[in-house]
Design a protein. Structure first.
Length: 438
């Protein structure tokens, strides 16, 4: 049954050496070697009504919403695909370029070489989407559901009571593995979604460029399914999920190259198992909607100016950059952000199959909340869409503190105050409104 059309394309997005690396906050560690190539990928899907959506996946930490919105506007103007139907997802590899530079809390100017790389990448992305449209052909659409255990919750209290990055086998994680198989007579596109931080490579190669385990997984799938396969990873709700393979009793151990290969291979095997188990053929009825939830910030929890002044004098690069920025920002006379505009959206595949996408680093606990809000136990959720920074905790996590709740907020210009109780309710209302529009 081929009632839909789809086209796909990709290109090598490996940056030149010497650019600052992502996933390190406002530190400026230049990449010095390429361990494996990065990729930018796109798939355009069309239903029998002619409605189109495009899903773009890029191996990088994540750009800012301002940059991706310009890209989406340009694509909408060229292709006629609705702005709300253009989704940019980031794999969030911590071994790619420091994209999203504009959003980091630093007074350091953006390197011209990084500007040039991103300008070229965005231009090539537009051309890639056009190529995908030119390659559109009839496809059958089959959705598969499976599970994977490659991730583990990374929030656990230590003996001193502090919430830290420690393996928590009792913590929530989403084991759902979602696969969409678009099969044509001359090839196939396999999209797979799972939520886990790609933070393995920089444990043994701090300055090495790599797609981390998602790249290994993609390559394994192409090898298993054939050279005419386009395998595209879509990052999920990975905000507090790390690779399980590195988990020991009380800490995450240092990674090795073998760990990356083993984790990517396991995820590929899990995708293949899900596909072999059978799936459901879909007759697409596409629609996409999006909006913003104004997530409240806690102004009373912002450290005083003296705190940032002390950090500005630190010998450590990260603390020095943060301190200098927030001294200047908080002393400017413009108050810090009271709300964070959180980009959210829904994709309808059919009346029974819906995807929720969310900007930023979304913790895993959001999935059961979203399924409750939308009364959909089978809802799929993607994180790192349109913007790949800023941790988004739930109300339940806020009193616990910890990196995702407290410290990480100072790394971006959207801080430095943490979120406050009430983020659940504004998110619930926004998604219910979106569902009514869908």
């Amino acid at each position: 049954m081929r009632t839909a059309k789809a086209g796909w394309a990709q290109f090598d997005s490996t940056p030149p050496l010497g650019l600052p690396m992502g996933g390190r906050g406002p530190r400026f560690s230049p990449g010095s070697e390429v361990l494996d190539s990065l990729a930018a990928q796109a798939v355009v899907i069309e239903d029998q009504k002619g409605y189109r959506t495009v899903w773009i996946s890029i191996d990088m930490i994540g750009m800012t919403w301002h940059v991706t919105s310009r890209l989406r506007c340009e694509l909408a103007s060229i292709t006629g695909i609705p702005f709300e139907a253009i989704i940019v997802n980031f794999s969030h590899t911590h071994s790619g370029p420091m994209s999203g530079f504009e959003g980091y809390a630093t007074t350091v100017a953006k390197p011209e070489e990084l500007e040039a790389y991103e300008a070229d990448l965005l231009s090539r992305t537009v051309k890639m989407v056009i190529e995908a449209i030119e390659n559109m052909r009839a496809v059958s659409v089959c959705v598969h559901r499976g599970t994977s255990e490659i991730g583990i919750n990374r929030r656990r209290r230590g003996a001193d009571g502090s919430m830290g990055m420690r393996p928590n086998p009792d913590g929530y994680m989403n084991r759902d593995l979602w696969v969409l198989d678009l099969s044509a007579e001359d090839g196939r596109c396999v999209l797979f979604n799972y939520g886990c931080h790609p933070v393995m490579v920089y444990g043994f190669a701090w300055d090495g460029i790599s797609a981390d385990f998602p790249g290994v997984c993609r390559n394994r799938l192409v090898k298993s399914l054939g050279p005419n396969t386009h395998a595209q990873f879509i990052q999920g709700l990975a905000g507090n999920i790390r690779p399980r393979r590195l988990a020991e009793a009380d800490a995450f151990r240092k990674s090795t190259p073998e760990d990356v290969v083993a984790t990517g291979a396991q995820l590929a095997d899990d995708v293949l198992v899900a596909m072999d188990a059978g799936g459901e053929l879909l007759e697409l009825d596409l629609n996409c909607v999006s909006g913003f939830a104004l997530a409240p910030r806690d102004q009373d929890a912002i450290p005083p100016l003296a705190h940032w002044g002390a950090l500005a004098k630190s010998e450590a690069e990260l603390e020095r950059n943060l301190g200098a920025y927030w001294v200047e920002r908080l002393g400017s006379g413009i108050p810090p952000a009271r709300f964070f505009p959180w980009s959210l959206g829904l994709i309808r595949l059919t009346g029974e199959h819906t995807i929720a996408w969310l900007g930023n680093e979304v913790v895993a606990e959001w999935l059961p909340l979203l399924r409750t809000y939308l009364n959909d136990p089978n809802l799929i959720a993607w994180g790192y869409c349109q913007d790949g920074r800023n941790y988004m905790p739930t109300d339940a996590l806020i009193p616990e503190g910890g990196y995702e709740v407290d410290r990480a907020n100072a790394y971006t210009k959207a801080g430095p105050g943490p979120f406050q109780i009430g983020i659940d309710e504004v998110t619930r209302k926004t998604f219910i409104e979106l569902a009514e529009r869908l």
